[in-house]
Design a protein around this ligand. Structure first.
Ligand SMILES: Nc1ncnc2c1ncn2[C@@H]1O[C@H](COP(=O)(O)OP(=O)(O)O)[C@@H](O)[C@H]1O
Ligand SMILES: [Mg+2]
Length: 238
């Protein structure tokens, strides 16, 4: 039997301008339910800006359709309530608070106490290191551990769509591997993921489909098999 594909997110000709500078030009991407999609692009390409448009943090024109509804320029708060949760670039944690407090703050909009506790268990199973260090103050932790807290905090909001902004940034290769494995497990429990990255290996490892963003425009789109050779030439041998 053919598997039915249901679309979750679609951006249609999304444009973002700051002053007169156009940062995103007609960006159109799609993310289907349970899919992991990567937007791959160099520094300054507009990856964070795209996530900020989707989460209502950057004023945008065009359409952003989430589960059939145009959410463009709704307030960030309303967009989180609909189930779009961002794990931001450079982690943005409450640095003077403990691991557990940071994680629990991710659930601040939820009222299902039992669900919160079972999701906290899931986060601790995913990152046993965080359970060992649940009382540690976040700013005293390594970059990799802080990235785990940031991803864990986003999960605590029970995302329908999880947006990950460069989870590999600033991390050693072995830590990137561990983070990649944990993202695979988040995918396995059925979470739909939109990942933006500069790290080609991570994108190829995780994504079902990849868009290449360059200077604010989508240049290419394809499955990882379709883009593999091209990406290998352009980036891996560079
Ligand atoms: N708030 C802002 N005001 C003006 N320009 C911005 C702002 N945020 C980002 N930019 C510019 O938009 C471009 C894309 O930035 P960004 O989305 O952060 O790229 P990426 O995340 O791919 O590195 C860059 O040229 C950056 O300087
Ligand atoms: Mg960025």
């Amino acid at each position: 039997m053919e598997k039915k594909v249901k679309q979750m997110l679609e951006t249609r000709n999304v444009e973002v301008k700051y002053e007169k500078a156009v940062i995103l030009h007609n960006v159109s991407i799609k993310v289907n339910e349970r899919e992991t999609v990567a937007v791959l692009g160099p520094n300054g390409a507009g990856k964070t800006t795209l996530l900020r448009a989707i989460t209502g943090l950057a004023p945008a024109s065009g359409e952003i359709i989430f589960n059939g509804e145009n959410i463009i320029n709704l307030s960030p708060h309303k967009i989180v309530e609909k189930g779009i949760v961002m794990c931001p670039e450079h982690r943005r944690l409450f640095r003077d608070m403990s691991v557990e407090d940071n994680l629990r703050l991710g659930a601040f909009l939820r009222k299902d106490g039992d669900g919160i506790e079972s999701d906290l268990d899931f986060v601790f199973k995913l990152f046993p290191r965080l359970e060992e260090r649940r009382d540690q103050i976040v700013k005293t932790m390594s970059g990799g551990e802080q990235q785990m807290v940031a991803i864990g905090r986003a999960l605590m909001a029970k995302p329908k769509l999880l947006l990950l902004d460069e989870p590999s940034i600033g991390l050693a290769p072995i830590i990137i591997e561990a983070i990649t494995d944990s993202i695979k497990r988040i995918k396995e429990i059925g979470t739909t993921i939109l990942l933006v990255e500069q790290n080609v290996h991570m994108a190829l490892d995780l994504a079902d489909r990849i868009y290449i963003l360059s200077r604010g425009r989508i240049e290419r789109e394809g499955t990882k098999d379709e883009l593999y050779d091209e990406l290998e030439k352009a980036y891996l041998e560079a």
